[in-house]
Write a protein that binds this ligand. Structure first.
Ligand code: ADP
Ligand code: MG
Length: 275
């Protein structure tokens, strides 16, 4: 698995979605979503709120089945969403740390559920603590930690559950700007070391560009991919990248696309409220 592979280089996709639809009662969340993720890629996803981003993740995590008609391929093989359950690591939008479990026991939750004996799971997690900036905090409880630390515990749980594909749903959404910037740089380091494939939802355009090999912009609901923007900025990404002309150019393209979609969803909401 190499980080410089992308579909453009002709490598087979790790995940391929074609014509994915998902309806909840009268609400069409996703309509004809196509996307393809190559092994080792870091792909970021932005789009108006309510456009189906989390629904997309629930499908890829195997928690929701899409409507009939679309196809889902993982490692080249067509499958049902349910078959992906346990084959990808998933960090949901809310961190879901259990308040009565310590840092270490929250971190091992996924591998413990999977069947790793607790003692062995704790040993694995202890080795990972320093890399996640949590050394010495193993016996603390979530309420004793800062927001950034809690997110690192949740991320550590996701990394410990060793799967090629990781889904991260707005992991830094609730953090202050400074913590968020530090977490972004740290995540890129960890990603390079662990060589995973990451799909990452964010509502922060700078974050999407800073982290991603590609940014997918989704349309307003019903969601599909409106635009795929490659980010060919060099890695490792440096903090001052945000001032480079290419970064600013990409940001303009993305903001225009997002604004167009946000206006659509705003208008749709306003019309529905008036009716
Ligand atoms: P996003 O993550 O982009 O903000 P979501 O995927 O959470 O959007 O939601 C997309 C749409 O689907 C919303 O209108 C939401 O209310 C609806 N939705 C999502 N999950 C469910 C569900 N389990 N039952 C009913 N409606 C849902
Ligand atoms: Mg969401």
């Amino acid at each position: 698995m190499v980080n410089d592979l992308s579909p453009a280089h002709g490598s087979p996709a790790l995940l391929e979605l074609r014509g994915i639809h998902k309806t909840f009662g009268g609400v069409t969340a996703l309509q004809g979503l196509d996307a393809s993720i190559a092994p080792g890629e870091f792909v970021t996803v932005v789009g108006p709120s309510g456009c189906g981003k989390s629904t997309l993740f629930n499908i890829v995590a195997g928690l929701e089945e899409p409507d009939a008609g679309g196809t889902l391929r993982f490692e080249g093989r067509e499958c049902r969403a349910a078959e992906l359950l346990g084959r990808v690591s998933f960090m949901p939008q809310r961190d879901l740390l259990l308040p009565w479990r310590t840092v270490i026991d929250n971190a091992i939750l996924a591998i413990e559920v999977e069947g790793t004996p607790r003692k062995q799971a704790r040993e694995q997690a202890l080795r990972m603590l320093p890399e996640f900036g949590l050394a010495g905090f193993e016996n603390q409880y979530p309420h004793q930690l800062s927001g950034g630390m809690r997110q690192r515990v949740a991320l550590m749980r996701t990394f410990l559950f060793k799967r090629d594909l990781m889904l991260l749903d707005e992991p830094f959404g609730a953090l202050d700007a400074l913590t968020r910037t530090m977490m972004q740089r740290w995540l890129l380091d960890v990603w390079q070391k662990h060589r995973r494939t990451i799909l990452f939802i964010t509502h922060d355009v700078d974050e999407a560009i800073f982290l991603g090999d590609r940014v997918l912009v989704m349309t307003a609901r019903p969601g599909k991919v409106k635009l795929e923007q490659p980010v060919t900025l060099p890695r490792p990404r440096r903090p001052d990248l945000v001032t480079e002309p290419e970064f600013i150019r990409i940001k303009r393209v993305l903001l225009d696309a997002i604004e167009e979609e946000s206006m659509k969803s705003f208008t749709a909401t306003a019309v529905a409220a008036a009716a």
